[in-house]
Design a protein around this ligand. Sequence first.
Ligand SMILES: C[S@@+](CC[C@H](N)C(=O)[O-])C[C@H]1O[C@@H](n2cnc3c(N)ncnc32)[C@H](O)[C@@H]1O
Length: 260
Amino acid sequence: MARHPIAVTSRANPGALDVAQAAAVAERWRVPLLARPGRGGLAALLAVAETLLVVERSGVCLQDGEGSARWSTGLAALRLRALDAGGQGEALVRVAGLLPGERVLDCTLGLAQDARVAARLVGPTGQLVGVEISLPLAMLAAEGLRREPEDPRSAPLAIHHADARTYLAGLARGSFDVVLFDPMFSRESRAQPSFALLRRLASAAPLDASTLAEARRVARRLVVVKARRHGAELRALGLLPERASRSAPVVWARAAPLED
Ligand SMILES: C[S@@+](CC[C@H](N)C(=O)[O-])C[C@H]1O[C@@H](n2cnc3c(N)ncnc32)[C@H](O)[C@@H]1O
């Protein structure tokens, strides 16, 4: 029998509240809820589902046959601290020039690190929408964020499980001020442990010219694209990288909105 692509389960030795919380997550995403077996091991459940979202008291984590990743603020926390300290190095300031009140669409949400930084930069009067094609990753980000205290300095982050290409096609011209892309790199070199799981679950499709054109239609001010420093991705899209420090492994490029 084919395994479910993803299912939800609770912490080990759950109480009634733990089961109810896991059931609410399963219901929200319309995926199966699997009862955690008596001894608590996940191996039996991974015979039924390829990936599990485990709802624990302290947060959520994704588990597959090869490993796990717990939801965390990751590098976003460091970037936010640097912003709070008045640092000038943040790429979303330098390249995207995000301003309070702006509407931002992140078409490659992943672990929502760029989105969280963008949400702070546009502030509580701004709007942040993140789109993620991988259901497990969309669930991890949405359920992880749901369990964190609200940050009154940031825009709320709305997360959609969708293909950004379809999502963009349904939007009117100029619906967002800025559209972001951070596609998976063909040779991913990011060192965070959660990236191993992200690599397994994420879509590795590169950004293509027609999706970029759709984003330029939807963006009122700018489209920004992150890429590997020495990769061919930007050139293939006719984009030029913005200046970056010599040691930066990634570069960003800007694309203007499509003219009427
Ligand atoms: C490099 S990760 C993004 C990391 C993210 N910027 C962050 O800060 O955590 C790229 C993500 O984009 C997603 N993705 C790729 N193609 C997509 C598409 N067409 N629509 C939505 N998400 C997509 C992948 O599944 C992956 O999770």
